[in-house]
Design a protein around this ligand. Structure first.
Ligand SMILES: [Zn+2]
Length: 275
């Protein structure tokens, strides 16, 4: 794999593009956002969705749909290096986010999708063993029974800022398919193209991933999710091999902090789009 620019740098560019389009100026040293335009201009400039920030070309609108007809487990070769390692805390947060809006105590007809961002860092970024380490999941919002999208681009900016404080970056996104299995729909494909085009300079092995979870498939045999990424041509799917890192004493304090609000009868977290 030819050596390419560092992922952190690319992601910096990625969000500078986003921030520029949002008419903000971001100072990475001070973690401050400054308005570049007077508020009245901003109101006209501010995009209301990612569609406006990153328009798709016509031929990117109807390609590479994985309808989930293929056996996912056969697409991952055991000899492939692990490409994504997910900390237990991140998994628990995204799984509970999905379950919050689709669990047995809610009538099935009212189950809805959720969406969020995955953050962390890269390991061996410029080598053939490049791997994404997902340390956290940030719940952004929820949608309808068949769709969820990030409505407010500023939610992404907030997550970007929070992860920057820990020297971490946005590695991809997650969303749920309550009861209908983990696959990439046509809309999901279009969203993924936008994310991957934003970081077109990143090595293909570290470009953003899409995690889809069906919370009804969580069992003692399955985490209930699959991970997807487009190859460099943006028209063929690949299926990065992943593992969820086992609970260790090291992650226990984080885990307890995540679950503590539940024990107090509070909501575990707020959604960025809705808080
Ligand atoms: Zn979907």
């Amino acid at each position: 794999m030819p050596s390419k620019k560092k992922r952190t740098q690319d992601t910096g560019n990625l969000f500078e593009v986003l921030l520029r389009d949002l008419a903000f100026q971001f100072d990475p040293d001070k973690f401050t956002l400054t308005l570049k335009f007077p508020p009245s201009d901003l109101l006209q400039e501010l995009p209301t969705s990612l569609d406006q920030v990153i328009p798709l070309t016509p031929n990117e609108s109807q390609e590479a749909v994985d309808l989930g007809l293929t056996d996912y487990s056969e697409l991952i070769t055991e000899s492939d290096p692990i490409r994504v390692k997910i900390h237990l805390k991140a998994y628990i947060r995204l799984a509970l986010h999905a379950l919050k809006y689709a669990h047995p105590k809610i009538p099935r007809t009212k189950w809805i999708e959720v969406i969020g961002l995955l953050t962390g860092y890269t390991e061996n970024a410029d080598t053939p063993l490049a791997c994404l380490i997902v340390t956290d999941a940030f719940p952004i919002g929820h949608g309808t029974d068949i769709t969820a999208q990030i409505n407010n681009p500023q939610s992404m900016v907030k997550v970007y800022k929070e992860s920057s404080k820990k020297n971490q970056i946005i590695l991809g996104w997650y969303h749920s398919h309550p009861s209908y299995g983990a696959f990439m729909s046509e809309t999901d494909y279009q969203t993924q193209v936008r994310y991957q085009r934003l970081s077109s300079n990143a090595s293909p092995l570290t470009s953003p991933i899409a995690l889809v979870i069906d919370p009804t498939r969580i069992s003692n045999r399955s985490y209930g999710f699959k991970i997807f990424r487009l190859k460099e041509n943006l028209s063929t799917w690949e299926y990065p091999r992943f593992e969820v890192l086992n609970s260790s004493l090291e992650s226990l304090p984080d885990l307890m902090e995540t679950l503590l609000p539940l024990s107090e009868g509070k909501a575990m977290f707020l959604e960025y789009d809705h808080d």
